[in-house]
Design a protein around this ligand. Structure first.
Ligand code: WTA
Length: 630
């Protein structure tokens, strides 16, 4: 399992320790002590976390564990928006800024907690008026604007299950997600704006809803003059809100009622609808937002993800708002209008906590230190990373150039499935570049072999979680077999799908995926999804896709394509295939290279051996090829 990976330096790692003041003032000043307390009584630990929040009715039991099914805080009733909004708006944070949005050309919008609550209630009432009820699925396909968050929170207010689809997905990907979840309503916008250009979002929705029988309404945020025409089932976002009351009784949710579905790539062509429930998710994201980012009253917190990903759900919307933070969001890309855009925003907004992805950090490294050096970044207190391994070179750069050797880096490991951060280096603890850190108090994780036995320090293995945690996925929507697979791949534990190494002092280094998922610029792409998009093109007979290491994006996609008889390979067809993948799956899934081939390596049972393709591409030994066809 380890031969593919370079597990160098595991015992010879650098270590950085932040100024002791960080530890002294942190919400979690003593990691070892907190972890020991958790281990002494896990349920008591999580109960204490839950008690920091408001509940309509308290729980009868903290955990009912019936392997592989968990129920958390059973008997409790709640509504997460009471904690994200009312709790602050009705108290001392009434006039505190909840949300600051920055668009291109200096446009800015600011919402206090009071204003955000009013807007959410008005939109919630508008949804109710068109017949959206508790348990109905609402698909949100929007750009990064305040209305995207308002739409999510309004669904939460009335107990509708949202399925947010990242605005960069193409029409086929969107259609599949709408139909799988049976969405009743779609909320979208006419356009999203990227690098000064308008992207016609609604046109993609139009295409995606041609064959979407469950959709009753499409709500459109019209951002641009002249306003786009609306068809019969289409409604204007702001017109719907006009005249609606600005209070809305929160729907009483049971602890284990479904909260949202979020699709993630799997090893088949069909994405998995990860199902999260109400109480556990709220407790997990509140606990981690507070303790990992150490959010304090005066912080201005910026997570550069999009709410369309789990990072945005947990660490833009629900976690930070539950803590009562001031959340900054921006539709700007890191390279537009120039390579200083993010640093200028940090200076302008006096951002104190900044959370981004390794792919962005590596892009910044490439663009040069002169860009961040032009701006005053001294407001920064804590900087974070998520989505793929933060390699030591990127860590060093981030630490020195952005954090000025002063800010602790929280490299946070987690997944759509885990709902919350699971492994990181808690503020104040020594940081080891390349290692995400240790399991958070509340989490028991380890690196094991295929039989589930812990591997020796310095040896590669499979990352697993050994006990249930509140914000864990409860099932895969309409496919519980796929849920069970997480817990039955190795008996008794949750198999993550990542390869990892542990150091002697318990720090975990994540090496990458162990399955057919490629992480490209932090986005999970299933090889099978790209292959089926390629095969859906009329000229393609067969396709195989592999990930190739890429200096900035972590990985890039290379496709091998066998054409149907009568089609000629060439640049035109290559462009046509790229366009096809782009419009079906979206730009994030576009291959970087396409090779036309006559044959693909297959097992005798007909399965494509991507491992062999990859080894050949990289000039490596393909390993065991005894099952190869010829
Ligand atoms: C990878 C994103 C290394 C990992 C929150 C995981 C990471 C997958 C890290 C989940 C990290 C995420 N270091 N790898 N700090 N964070 N990953 O569902 O392979 O989009 O399994 O959730 O991203 O991706 P997802």
């Amino acid at each position: 399992m380890t031969e593919d990976f370079d597990v160098r330096l595991v015992e010879d790692v650098k270590s950085y320790t932040p100024d002791p003041a960080y530890r002294k003032n942190a919400w979690m000043p003593d990691y070892q002590k907190a972890y020991a307390e958790f281990m002494k009584n896990p349920e008591k630990f999580w109960e204490a976390q839950a008690k920091e929040l408001d509940w309509i009715r308290p729980w009868d039991k903290v955990l009912e564990w019936n392997y592989p099914y968990a129920k958390w805080f059973t008997g409790a009733q709640l509504n997460i928006t009471l904690n994200c909004l009312d709790r602050h708006a009705n108290n001392s944070r009434r006039n505190k800024v909840a949300l600051i949005w920055r668009g291109e050309e200096g446009r800015e919008r600011i919402f206090t907690y009071q204003k955000l609550l009013s807007q959410v209630c008005r939109f919630a009432n508008a949804l109710k008026k068109i017949g959206v009820k508790k348990g109905d699925c609402v698909c949100i396909y929007m750009p990064l604007v305040p209305e995207q968050l308002i739409a999510m929170l309004a669904c939460a207010r009335i107990g509708a299950v949202h399925s947010v689809v990242f605005g960069g997905f193409g029409s086929a990907a969107l259609n599949m997600r709408i139909n799988d979840a049976g969405a009743k309503v779609i909320i979208t916008a006419d356009i999203s704006i990227r690098r000064g250009k308008a992207i016609q979002l609604k046109a993609i929705v139009d295409e995606a809803t041609v064959d979407a029988p469950t959709v009753e309404h499409v709500i459109v945020l019209r951002r641009r003059e002249p306003l786009v025409d609306l068809q019969e089932i289409e409604l204007d976002f702001h017109e719907m809100m006009a005249g609606m009351p600005d209070t809305c009784e929160p729907e009483v949710m049971d602890a284990e009622d479904p909260f949202f579905i979020l699709y993630t790539s799997g090893s088949t062509g069909k994405p998995k609808g990860i199902v999260h429930t109400c109480a556990g998710y709220m407790v997990g994201t509140h606990y981690t937002s507070k303790n990992v980012f150490d959010i304090k009253e005066n912080d201005t917190y910026w997570c550069t993800a999009d709410p369309g990903w789990i990072t945005g759900h947990s660490y833009i919307v629900y976690g930070p708002l539950a803590v009562g933070a001031t959340v900054f969001i921006s539709e700007l890309t890191p390279d537009y209008p120039d390579a200083g855009s993010y640093w200028s925003l940090i200076e302008e907004q006096k951002i104190t906590i900044f959370y981004t992805a390794p792919t962005a950090i590596r892009m910044f490294m490439k663009m040069g230190e002169e860009w961040p050096d032009k701006y005053n970044l001294s407001s920064l207190r804590i900087i974070g990373s998520v989505g793929e391994p933060l390699n030591p070179e990127a860590f060093e750069w981030y630490y020195r150039v952005i954090g000025k050797k002063r800010c602790p880096i929280v490299d946070t490991w987690w997944q759509t499935e885990t709902g919350m951060i699971m492994i990181t280096t808690v503020i104040g603890e020594p940081m080891h570049p390349g290692f995400a850190g240790k399991p958070l108090p509340g989490v028991i994780a380890d690196v094991v072999d295929k039989e589930g036995k812990p591997v020796k320090p310095g040896t590669g293995g499979l990352l697993v979680v050994k006990s249930p945690w509140p914000s864990m996925l409860r099932t895969v929507y309409k496919d519980d077999e796929r849920y069970r697979k997480y817990w039955y791949t190795i008996d008794g534990v949750y198999t993550v799908g990542d390869l990892a190494v542990k150091s002697r002092d318990g720090y975990i280094m994540i090496l990458g995926r162990s399955d057919d998922i490629i992480i490209v610029a932090g986005h999970n792409i299933g090889t099978a999804e790209v292959e089926s998009a390629l095969v859906s093109h009329h000229a393609v007979a067969e396709a195989a896709v592999i990930g190739k290491p890429d200096e900035v994006k972590g990985n890039s996609i290379k496709a091998f394509v066998i054409l149907r008889v009568g089609n000629k390979p060439g640049d035109r067809l290559r462009q046509d295939l790229l366009h096809h993948v782009r419009s079906t799956l979206g730009p994030i899934a576009m291959p970087h290279e396409i090779d036309f081939v006559d044959k693909l390596p297959k097992t005798r049972s007909g399965k494509i051996m991507r491992r062999v393709l990859k080894a050949k591409e990289m000039g490596m030994d393909p390993g065991d090829v005894s099952t190869l066809e010829e």
